[in-house]
Design a protein around this ligand. Structure first.
Ligand SMILES: [Zn+2]
Length: 112
């Protein structure tokens, strides 16, 4: 993996202190062991597309929603835009935090 940039980590997640299971997004309990001892961590956001969901073309810009398995071991929903024909299962991507705070999905960039 080329590491030419030193961007700050962008994807927040939580990891259980007891069983080390990673969880996407804020939680009160570990879903594996039930512990409430969860550490807040940040991932650089590198991962792979593991599922493709709905595609749309609004305002002429193709959008593909997908699920991304992040290297740290959790899965998040994301929206891929402006990747002409490149969205496929297994594609290596990098997640970026959404520019618009109201949109919950992360944005996918190819070639990470
Ligand atoms: Zn746990």
């Amino acid at each position: 993996m080329p590491a030419t940039t030193v961007d700050p980590p962008t994807v927040p997640y939580q990891r259980c202190r007891w069983c080390r299971t990673p969880h996407a997004g804020p939680r009160l309990l570990c879903t594996t062991c039930g512990s409430t001892d969860l550490d807040d961590e940040l991932s650089p956001g590198f991962g792979r597309i593991v599922r493709l969901t709905e595609a749309s073309r609004r305002h002429g810009r193709p959008k593909q929603r997908c699920l991304v398995a992040v290297d740290e071991g959790f899965v998040v929903a994301a929206t891929a835009t402006g990747l002409p024909g490149a969205i496929q299962l297994g594609l290596r991507v990098r997640l970026e935090a959404p520019a618009d705070e109201l949109r919950r999905d992360f944005v996918v960039r190819a070639g990470a």
